[in-house]
Write a protein that binds this ligand. Sequence first.
Ligand code: CP
Ligand code: NVA
Length: 317
Amino acid sequence: MSTRHFLSDLDLAPEELDRVLTLAARMKADPYAIRALAGPQTAAVFFDKTSTRTRFSFSAGISALGGSPLVINPGESQLGHKESIADTARVLERMVSVIIWRTYAQSGLEEMAAHSAAPVINALSDDYHPCQLLADLLTVREQLGELSGRSLAYLGDAANNMANSYLLAGVNAGMHVRIAGPDGHRPDPAIVAAAEERAAVTGGSATITADPAVALADADVVATDTWVSMGQEEEKEQRLRLFGDYRVDAAAMAQAAEGALVLHCLPAYRGVEITGEVIDGPQSAVWDEAENRLHAQKALMAWLLVESGRADEQTVS
Ligand code: CP
Ligand code: NVA
């Protein structure tokens, strides 16, 4: 049985994504219906960047599954400075059930996964935030039902991890994803090509545009993210000027479908990428979205462990 990792949104086939979301909904509806995973499970949770939601949702979720999280902050292990990623993986796979890592380079996660028999989960990299998208899709499914055929508009920094993950996870769920951002800040062509390839299988579609109106037109879901991601703090002034036309405000929401759902992974900067009126308004689902990190990641971990032969299949069937 080979190990399953979750490094990017397309690491789940469309039917697997559906299965994980269904399991997450079941776990949310009745946290006691699905028992803790058989046998002791320890999870290594590394943070190279700061976090609130990811830190708490993984810690709480691992505990809820009957496991123990070992959270490692920057500078607390040998990883990456005194010891290679590959050697760290070779040691950890013998001691923990799953490795969860928030880091900068996607290549680091890939190297960890290449040398680990324990599943590796991307808890955010410069390129993707796939765990966030599981929570987002669970939220949309709860509020709007069937994901397939729904349209999602993402406005703002269209070259960041959230834009990439909306694109890939959205089309993986059969959605029509429309990403709007200024010149030089739209998804890499290789990511767009991967999205188009998956969309051809699921019936979704990918539209990349500079025009927020094109993305917003009658959209069922409107999403955005910070204009200044972690590690980009020095570019803050320039970025705040650059993305000004892509703010999610009442005028933007008026172009979306009536009652369109608003998503933001948080932390949000009210008055910058999204107005307080919108994020605190009746169409906002951001608090459910944040809560759903917990349920989605519990389901993901249980599913990956079972698929990788590291937990009892009975527990999640
Ligand atoms: N959305 C999200 O990942 O939040 P944190 O950075 O607080 O973990
Ligand atoms: N794009 C943001 C997401 C934060 C959860 C960042 O990388 O900082």
